[in-house]
Design a protein. Structure first.
Length: 137
């Protein structure tokens, strides 16, 4: 697994979306130092399953990092993505974020990776090729 810095910026946005989806008092924002730890794994899972229905996911924690992976189930609505020429969907999306990151943040990271890749694929071959050439995903 590896750290995907380009998707870290989206974590705050997804924290806010998850809060809005799951908490009645979502308008109250925690202090900046607390924000990165403010989302629960349940909130991240709720957002993930809404955004990428029919995808598998896993998230965990160790002494050094929080990590997550995800990919489409072959039997799910995006199952056809597994069989495209590029193996990116079949291999899944992975994040390994240094501590004090949380499994919820790692799950949001792979959510953003997967959504960006899926959007590029849906935008046609040129967009998808450009996305793949833009670096590790």
């Amino acid at each position: 697994m590896f750290i995907v810095e380009q998707y870290r910026d989206k974590t705050a946005e997804y924290i806010e979306l998850a809060k809005q989806a799951n908490e009645p008092n979502a308008g109250k924002r925690p202090a900046a130092d607390e924000e990165r730890l403010a989302i629960t794994l349940d909130q991240a899972v709720a957002l993930f399953t809404r955004e990428l229905a029919g995808w598998w996911w896993l998230a965990g924690n160790s002494d050094n990092s929080a990590h997550a992976s995800c990919g489409p189930y072959r039997s799910g609505p995006d199952g056809g993505l597994v069989d495209i020429e590029s193996t990116i969907f079949d291999s899944g999306f992975h994040a390994d974020l240094r501590q004090l990151s949380t499994p919820a943040q790692a799950l949001l990271n792979v959510l953003e990776q997967a959504k960006a890749c899926k959007a590029a694929y849906n935008n046609g071959p040129q967009a998808f090729d450009a996305f793949l050439a833009s670096g590790p995903h």
